[in-house]
Design a binder for this molecule. Structure first.
Ligand SMILES: Nc1ncnc2c1ncn2[C@@H]1O[C@H](COP(=O)(O)OP(=O)(O)OP(=O)(O)O)[C@@H](O)[C@H]1O
Length: 256
């Protein structure tokens, strides 16, 4: 159970005004969606939350301790990251890649044990990848690789999930399966934060939203209060029509 908090955080985007300092608290059990148009800074924010980018100012805290003061190995035991783009540079199989999720918990040169293997295999089962476990990752399709990245994070079993467009490359069924998986992680006590382009997945699955504007302005809060058509149209610069399906709001571009 780990709280991720920002204090007067300003992310560092070259040549951009500071915008609104971000001070929010992301708690265990919550599922946060970060929304905004291309270039708004969603990935930069996620990288900053994970300690991979230095903020321009302000701080990110994990359970009350500044991330700057934590060792990278300690952070890796808490925080799982699903990157938007991956360079699968090493010639590794699907199973070997999933096992990387256990590395934060092993000492240098220590080999993975039976428990680690069981966690990786369970994660591969969950992402429907078990039949591919001996395949080199380089031979996989885009959607299969995306699921390997999620399986690796699941094998890590982090308290905080930072996922950059986790449904990228996925077909509709797998999009829903991945959102269900992330939602389950939150229900089990993780703090889940993801950047999303799909407003409808965000509306259906995220209980908190942060809207990030290209000028650095931002607002955040419970999803219900953030899913206002006017604010979303302003965010994306696109007229929207709103409907309701299965009790959740659905937004589609309006072409009028
Ligand atoms: N090293 C850099 N030098 C200059 N500008 C940069 C650098 N890295 C990122 N940027 C700019 O910072 C802005 C935010 O990028 P970021 O990837 O965080 O946006 P995003 O909201 O995730 O976009 P997308 O939806 O397209 O993935 C972009 O305008 C990008 O061009």
């Amino acid at each position: 159970m780990t709280v991720l908090e920002t204090r007067e955080l300003i992310i560092d985007i070259p040549e951009r005004a500071d915008g609104r300092p971000l001070s929010f608290r992301m708690e265990p059990g919550q599922t946060w969606g970060i929304l905004g148009p291309n270039g708004a800074g969603k990935s930069t924010l996620l990288h900053t939350l994970g300690g991979l980018n230095q903020p321009r100012s302000g701080e990110v805290h994990i359970d009350g301790t500044s991330i700057q003061k934590l060792r990278r190995s300690t952070i890796a035991q808490q925080l799982g990251y699903v990157f938007q783009e991956r360079q699968d540079g090493f010639p590794a199989t699907v199973l070997e890649t999933a096992l990387i999720g256990r590395h934060p918990f092993l000492s240098p040169w220590q080999l993975e044990g039976g428990d680690d293997l069981a966690m990786a295999e369970k994660a591969l089962d969950r992402l429907e990848l078990r039949a591919l476990e001996n395949r080199p990752v380089s031979t996989l399709s885009g959607g299969e690789r995306q699921r390997v990245a999620l399986a690796t994070a699941l094998t890590q079993n982090p308290n905080i999930w930072l996922a950059d467009e986790p449904t990228n490359h996925l077909d509709l069924r797998h999009q829903v399966a991945v959102m269900e998986l992330l939602s389950e992680q939150a229900k089990a006590g993780s703090t889940v934060v993801m950047c999303l382009h799909d407003l409808n997945l965000a509306a259906r699955w995220c209980d908190h939203l942060l809207l990030l504007y290209p000028n650095g302005e931002a607002c955040w809060g419970e999803s219900e209060s953030m899913l206002q058509p006017g604010a979303l149209e302003n965010l994306y610069g696109q007229p929207l029509a709103k409907a309701e399906v299965d009790g959740a709001p659905v937004f589609v571009p309006s072409y009028k």
